[in-house]
Design a protein around this ligand. Structure first.
Ligand code: GLA
Length: 391
């Protein structure tokens, strides 16, 4: 069995979506879009604290095709990775207000349609995707932003890309009910090839950071421990960070300084709340330092900050899991490795490793021989963000 994740490719996914659309709805699709998944290099669980994050888009994409159907209903089919097809239907927003419900996957589509700034008439839609699900690579944001971009093409109404990210984020809050930050939708909407994006989640501004890593690459290792953000852990972390900020009388932990941790202690603040605050304050600083170090080509420093970040996620934020910790332990002493950390929402998903190109194969072999799970690898190639596709 291959342990390498290879993108199916946008062209093939587009063809599959158009073929399925034609055979299911008896007509050709007229509008299309695609949107990538993402991997976060650093800045974890700080976007909802208005901090800095540094993600990149990856060459795995969701493709959406479709067209108006001259009815008051929307019909959506989605082709899963194993070839199975799932479908759903809901009223057009030109005639009704949408509400969340079953099936769960449809909430990402319905939420985005519902938040689109203009009522939409009935349409048919087919979705294909090669973004791994439950791997912490933002298959949800990829779907939301692909749907929103499709609606732009369909209706002719252009949405500013930052607005689009915020609109999709609020769709995720209200429909699947995940109180996520803005990072995933933002990078999926705004990414540029060969760059990471330093996003300021307070001002919603961002700067592209060229990923000139020379002899090094970022290897993504999927632990294959499925992560889920719809459980209670993610909202709990967010609530703990908000409690820390509110006890300090601050709008968010973005405005907090290391000295504020002492103030929290003096207030007899809950130990867990204190640890979360420490993670956030230090992780925001680390993220800016990593962006700076990439610009200065100081990859060794990037690596050290990756390790510090992982340690903090494991011990202070407590969002790692035994498998992710084990991966970092295995990776750390390997030749050519500068740094590694878990990435994404946590409790499963992936590890990112900054490693010398000519050591990638050796590292993969080492992980395969020592890791208890069933890992899947890909080398991260920073890709473009969402776009409409001409048919
Ligand atoms: C998930 C959320 C993001 C962010 C990360 C953790 O991916 O959707 O908003 O909080 O977790 O950094």
């Amino acid at each position: 069995m291959s342990h390498d994740a290879v993108p199916v490719g946008e062209a093939t996914l587009l063809q599959q979506a158009c073929d399925k659309y034609q055979s299911s709805f008896g007509r050709a699709a007229v509008a299309a879009s695609s949107a990538p998944g993402r991997v976060n290099l650093i800045g974890e669980h700080v976007d909802y604290c208005e901090g800095y994050v540094l993600p990149v888009a990856i060459p795995f994409v969701t493709v959406v095709v479709g067209g108006y159907n001259d009815t008051d209903e929307c019909h959506v089919i989605s082709v899963l990775a194993n070839g199975d097809v799932v479908s759903t239907a809901f009223p057009a927003t030109s005639v009704a207000k949408l509400t969340p419900g079953e099936p769960a996957w449809a909430n990402y589509v319905k939420g985005t349609v519902s938040k689109f700034p203009k009522p939409v008439q009935g349409f048919n839609m087919a979705i294909t995707s090669d973004v791994p699900m439950g791997a912490g690579l933002s298959s949800s944001a990829s779907l939301e932003v692909a749907v929103c971009t499709f609606l732009e093409v369909l209706t002719g109404l252009t949405v500013d890309p930052v607005e689009k990210a915020r609109l999709c984020q609020s769709a995720e809050h209200e429909f699947p009910g995940v109180p996520c930050g803005v990072m995933d939708q933002y990078i999926v909407s705004m990414a540029k090839k060969d760059t990471a994006l330093l996003i300021d989640c307070r001002s919603f501004g961002s700067t592209h950071v060229p990923m000139k890593t020379g002899d090094y690459v970022v290897l993504v290792t999927n632990s294959n421990v499925k992560h889920k953000l719809t459980g209670s852990e993610y909202p709990q972390r967010r609530a703990q960070c908000e409690e820390a900020a509110s006890r300090l009388g601050l709008p968010s932990l973005r405005s907090a300084k290391t000295a504020d941790l002492e103030r929290l202690k003096q207030m007899n603040c809950d130990e867990l709340v204190l640890r979360r605050a420490q993670h956030v304050i230090e992780e925001i600083e680390r993220t800016q330092q990593v962006a700076k170090s990439f610009r200065e080509n100081d990859l060794e420093r990037v690596g050290r900050l990756f390790y510090e970040s992982h340690e903090s996620m494991s011990k202070l934020m407590e969002i790692s899991c035994p498998e992710l910790d084990e991966l970092v332990r295995i990776i750390r002493p390997a030749p050519g490795v500068l740094g590694a950390r878990m990435t994404g929402g946590g409790f499963g998903g992936c590890v990112v490793t900054l490693v010398k190109k000519d050591q990638v194969d050796n590292l993969k072999k080492l992980i395969l021989s020592k890791y208890r799970g069933d890992p899947v690898f890909f080398v991260c190639q920073p890709s473009d963000g969402a776009k409409g596709i001409k048919l």
